[in-house]
Design a protein. Sequence first.
Lengths: 285, 342
Amino acid sequence: MSHLAVPKTYKLYVGGAFARSESGRTYEVLSRKGAFLANAALASRKDARDAVVAARAALAGWSAASGYNRGQVLYRIAELLEGRRNQFIDEVVSTEGATKAAAGKQVDTAIDAWVWYAGWADKYVQVAGNGNPVAGPYFNISTPESTGVVAIVAPQASASLLGLVSVLAPVIVSGNTAVVIANQSAPLTAISLGEVLATSDVPAGVANILTGSPAEIAPWLAAHADVNGLDLAGAGGLDWVALMVSAAETLKRVLAPEEGIPAPSLERIVAFTETKTVWHTKSLR
Amino acid sequence: MNATEHAAAHTALAPAERALDLIGSDLTETTLRLHLEGLSGVDAAGLEQRAAGLATRSIKTTSKALALDTIIRLIDLTTLEGADTPGKVHSLVAKAMNPDATDATVPRVAAVCVYGDMVPYAVEALGAAGTESQRHEGIQVAAVATAFPSGRASLAVKLADTSEAVAAGADEIDMVIDRGAFLSGRYGLVFEQIVAVKEACRRPDGSYAHLKVILETGELATYDNVRRASWLAILAGADFIKTSTGKVSPAATLPVTLLMLEVVRDWHRLTGERIGVKPAGGIRSSKDAIRYLVTVAETVGEEWLKPELFRFGASSLLNDVLLQRQKLTTGRYSGADYVTMD
């Protein structure tokens, strides 16, 4: 019996659900050679707004989870990504025109990045926090805590899967929730990663993935008063200074655009944390 | 029906003016029942479809700005918690007078709605803003009374509850009907209680506190019952009919509010008199509230969109409206950090 191919509908990943854009818009995803691959949802500003609402709702639970627990969840993402390795390799090959070997290397590096950041989940506080020396009969302790809802422009140039993972993982590992605008020209891996997130114990709303035009959506997220941080990693091609100015209106933490794919680093984790300092008596006499 | 009940059914009910005019001078449990049960049945599917149709209207930009301000003017800002304190009531009143601290052009809400024992604190906090001379642009104090929210207390207790709130300075009384009596068909009892509470709303100078009658539609089971209860409340002298206490789920729904508005429309056609409607509970987003505005305008007309004839009973709705309003004025999405906490 012959089989008719069933093409996949790529939607947005918002609040743990896969939804079409409220605008009903889509755009064509083409291979490097210009062949049609799929239709992807073209997110609107209202989709971005809905994603922020979902991220805000998820924040209380996710940021209150123990570091150990968040680490387990991130490790689980790596496990499931490993299980769907071939699918991701196929998507990287078709959208980015990479060789099978290069695609395999990208997917493996992305899996390793999840594992690397998972390990930091219950350790970054000890490294970035501090016992402060004070002249008094009390301890004075500073610890980093999550900033809140972080909007991210994923790297746009190459390596769509690794680029997304390299900016998403350091944001959510510390208990932030995220709204990510995926690689515009190669969005398929982003939505497939959404499927992985949806089935890997990541609470709904912790990571929200929008596909579409960063130039259209990023200004709305940069100005949004309910967004606490802005990672412009992939915004090098946009008017990113204007985005920074806009973000400053509501006192957001901002990371500047980067060339290529950000390497795994503790700095990216600490960038979206707030330092809380408390004191406690040493002894009562 | 035993002999006592039979006799009771033919005993004259309290002489409420509207009921006497409509039903005639032989106002008894029997004639009241004949009237209420003679009302035509509600087409549930049609009602829900009509309400769903009204909910699909798209309201954009300038109309939306107007709608948001209208919603704020129609809100009864409510706190009805066991944990209420004078301090909470003071901050509620502060918010009622100046809903958005960052924008002085935001209109005031219609009223604050509190428990009876909190009325003195609300009146005190309102100060000049709630005085008689400013009654029409000022903020009213509404008190829930009659053993809110269950209504399970003797008539004497309900009346004492009411008159105490009125004496403390409440401009409006939100009473609950005895749903148990209504559902078991004792319409006469419910009627008499509303008439008695209405009388308890009378002030020494002969004026009356406005009476809102809460039907608690979530407990009335059918649309037919909602229609009967609406008529019953109006006949007994209600100035407003209100959907719910907010303590029972489902609270206000669009179809139920539409149905009550239709009763109000019919009453206006019949007598020329305008009765108010107040959906309460469960209306949390501006989008929802705008649907109610559309329903009011399409059912009884835009003249009903004023605080004397339509109110929203809500607490969290105001913050959402303020967020939407900030979006319209600043051009960027706002967040919960930019409105006061309740």
